[in-house]
Design a protein around this ligand. Structure first.
Ligand code: ATP
Ligand code: MG
Length: 249
């Protein structure tokens, strides 16, 4: 038995009196996509923010490769090769793709200047692999479509050697074609051995992209299922009724 890439064990976090996440345990293996599902306000984003370093859990433990880690801030998470693509996609609108890709981690010339030429060349290289149709290297990212913005955010994670990728509703604002592009990117990253937590409302995307699905309701974990063992209706039942389907019990 190899230890999971990530294990979130008994995570709890409350805001005021509200238990946003209540003793939740989930795990993730290399090359695996685990979907996180549940109603609005179920606690999905809050849970993964305890892994990305945006929040600190009130209780519970995080293990990476079987070792307990302390993730106090986003920098700690990055040092553990955890990259996050947030629900409200945080790109700097007035900067181009390369500047966004290297934001906060700029390449510097031997003279101490930001090395725009090398950053652009690196960006072209990685975008050529991830999204070969991408051409808008010279424009601020506010001129990009939702799907193109997603591909820049994904390129950023891949460039910096993410092993663990957290994607919070990556296709929420996208049209069908762009959703398909992001789906293909997810499949490629999975094939490269990344572990991906995917927060996703669209049950068809979950069935297509995820190996397992963990469902939350009112801050608690309803359960985790292999998507091959259940139907769409089973998962919808978990979300709505908050209990495991009979067949998976
Ligand atoms: N910073 C915060 N301060 C106070 N309450 C918060 C904060 N962040 C989240 N909450 C509350 O915690 C609960 C869980 O919210 P969370 O954003 O994790 O839900 P979610 O499952 O991601 O929902 P959605 O599908 O709408 O994104 C909600 O009741 C929310 O109002
Ligand atoms: Mg959310």
């Amino acid at each position: 038995m190899t230890s999971p890439l990530v294990e979130l064990r008994n995570i709890s976090i409350a805001f005021g009196g509200i238990k946003a996440v209540d003793h939740v345990t989930i795990d993730l293996h290399p090359g695996e996509v685990v979907g996180l599902l549940g109603h609005n306000g179920a606690g999905k984003s809050t849970l993964i923010k305890c892994l990305s370093g945006a929040y600190q859990a009130d209780a519970g433990e995080v293990f990476i490769d079987g070792e307990k880690v302390e993730i106090k801030n986003p920098r700690d998470a990055r040092a553990l090769n955890i990259e996050t693509i947030y629900q409200t996609l945080a790109l700097a609108d007035n900067l181009d793709a390369a500047s966004n890709l290297f934001l906060g981690r700029e390449l510097i010339t031997s003279m101490g200047f930001v090395d725009d030429a090398v950053m652009e060349a690196e960006t072209r290289k990685i975008m050529g692999r991830l999204n070969p149709n991408f051409r808008k290297f010279k424009e601020p990212v506010k001129a990009l479509s939702g799907g193109q913005r997603q591909s820049v955010a994904i390129a950023r994670a891949v460039y910096f050697n993410a092993r663990i990728l957290i994607m919070d509703e990556p296709t929420a604002a996208l049209g069908p074609q762009e959703t398909q592009m992001v789906a293909e990117l997810i499949q490629e990253l999975k094939a490269q051995g990344l572990g991906i937590f995917l927060i996703e409302h669209d049950i068809h995307n979950v069935m297509k992209l995820c190996d397992r699905a963990s469902v939350m309701k009112n801050g608690q974990l309803v359960g985790t299922v292999n998507v091959n063992d259940v139907t769409d209706e089973d998962i919808l039942g978990m979300i709505i009724l908050g209990k495991m389907p009979d067949r998976a019990r």
